[in-house]
Design a protein around this ligand. Structure first.
Ligand SMILES: NC(=O)c1ccc[n+]([C@@H]2O[C@H](COP(=O)([O-])OP(=O)(O)OC[C@H]3O[C@@H](n4cnc5c(N)ncnc54)[C@H](O)[C@@H]3O)[C@@H](O)[C@H]2O)c1
Length: 362
């Protein structure tokens, strides 16, 4: 594998963003907070590009990514477009010699993900996938505590991400159809949680999933539940939905020596560590340590980590392979939902269309 060449440390990196939709705001804020020069944005929708450029004082707006890659003299680029476009845009960015932060899901099939990873390796550029939850301070701390053995052997991991499109009257249009969004909440939110499952508890060996469409008039599922079996023998549960009220995400990890709990529904981001370290307690009383976090938002932190990796100052939080493996678990889950059976990871359909062929969300 070719190692990405570190960018010169003596000047701010020149950044561009492809796609001026909702998530581009988080990338723009991340570049601004990290001291990069955000010099260009590209979107075929001129209104979207102009609005984002005005909000973040981005000097150049393009209606085409290729034109931006050719003219803007960029070092790094965020790909913040619908998943169906990620493969082609990442290949074009790598060919232009740009380090890439590509939004999740990396792609809709494993062959495309592999091609994206290969292209970035061959071009010697960094590829990071936008699994920003890894850069969340509470999640990073939970990862450290688990890796240090502080909760013992992990027995169970429950992961949840659910929302209602911010109270909007409809699902965001680019997420409504198979053609653009690929999958529903199992792909959109589930890919984050599958990545987190691997990050916190290691390889997943088997998935067993159910999906349903209960709330929105869309052709994709808005509700999903996946049961996981990890290689370690631990079990897990991934719960995703577009039928919650507001935004809810959280995780609960049970180990032989304690438990970790985090949810955004607490007033402050707080990681709760329960244990019986003092040897006492009863059903309702345990030793409890609470850690609060004043760190920057996870999206901002992941952009900072990306720029540091480009400068040769650390590893990316989520590699192309991490992105691929998260998609693989989602494919296995769709496959399982379609077949009504558990699916062994590695025996799943390799692209989303095949994985979803039998899925009937009802
Ligand atoms: N990490 C997260 O938490 C998170 C949150 C939201 C969205 N996302 C991901 O970000 C991506 C974009 O989602 P969004 O919510 O911003 O969607 P969106 O529909 O709000 O915006 C997408 C934008 O991309 C533009 N676009 C489409 N094709 C393009 C192309 N070839 N070149 C340039 N621009 C193009 C569209 O015109 C639109 O303005 C998706 O992959 C989504 O899953 C990630």
């Amino acid at each position: 594998m070719t190692r990405p060449a570190p960018a010169p440390p003596h000047r701010p990196l020149r950044a561009g963003i492809v796609g001026a939709g909702s998530i581009s705001r988080a990338h723009a804020e991340g570049y601004r907070a990290s001291g990069a020069d955000l010099v260009a944005i590209a979107d075929p929708d001129p209104g979207a590009g102009a609005r984002r450029a005005a909000a973040y004082a981005i000097p150049d707006v393009y209606d085409d990514a290729a034109a931006m890659f050719a003219a803007a003299d960029l070092d790094v680029v965020s790909i913040a477009t619908p998943v169906s476009t990620h493969h082609d845009l990442v290949l074009a960015a790598a060919e232009a010699g740009l380090h890439v932060l590509c939004e999740k899901p990396i792609a809709l099939d494993l062959a495309q993900a592999d091609a994206m990873i290969r292209a970035c390796d061959a071009a010697g550029v960094t590829l990071q996938i936008g699994h920003q939850m890894r850069s969340d301070a509470a999640i990073a701390r939970a990862h450290e505590r688990i890796a240090a053995g502080e909760i013992g052997d992990v027995a169970f991991v429950r992961l949840r991400q659910a929302h209602d499109w911010g109270g909007a009257a409809e699902v965001r249009p680019s997420f409504q159809t198979r053609a653009s969004g690929g999958g529903g909440t199992l792909l959109d939110n589930g890919v984050h949680l599958m990545d987190l499952a691997r990050h916190l508890a290691g390889d997943v060996e088997e998935v067993y999933a159910r999906v349903a469409t209960r709330r929105w008039p869309v052709e994709l599922e808005d509700t999903a539940h996946v049961s996981l079996r990890f290689a370690s023998g631990a079990l897990g549960s991934v719960e995703t939905s577009w039928s919650a009220t507001g935004w809810e995400e959280g995780f609960w990890v049970y180990g032989s020596a304690g438990a970790l709990e985090w949810t955004n529904r607490h007033t402050d981001p707080v990681l709760v560590h329960a244990s019986r370290a003092s040897g006492g307690g009863d059903w309702s009383t345990t030793d409890v340590a609470r850690e609060t976090f004043a760190a920057p938002k996870s999206h901002t932190a992941q952009v900072a980590a990306f720029l540091a990796a480009v400068r040769g100052e650390g590893a990316v939080p989520a590699t192309g392979t991490d992105g691929r493996e998260a998609v693989r678990l989602v494919l296995a889950a769709y496959d399982s939902a379609g077949r009504g059976l558990p699916v062994t990871v590695g025996e799943e359909a390799s692209d989303l269309q095949a994985a979803m062929a039998e899925v009937d969300p009802g």
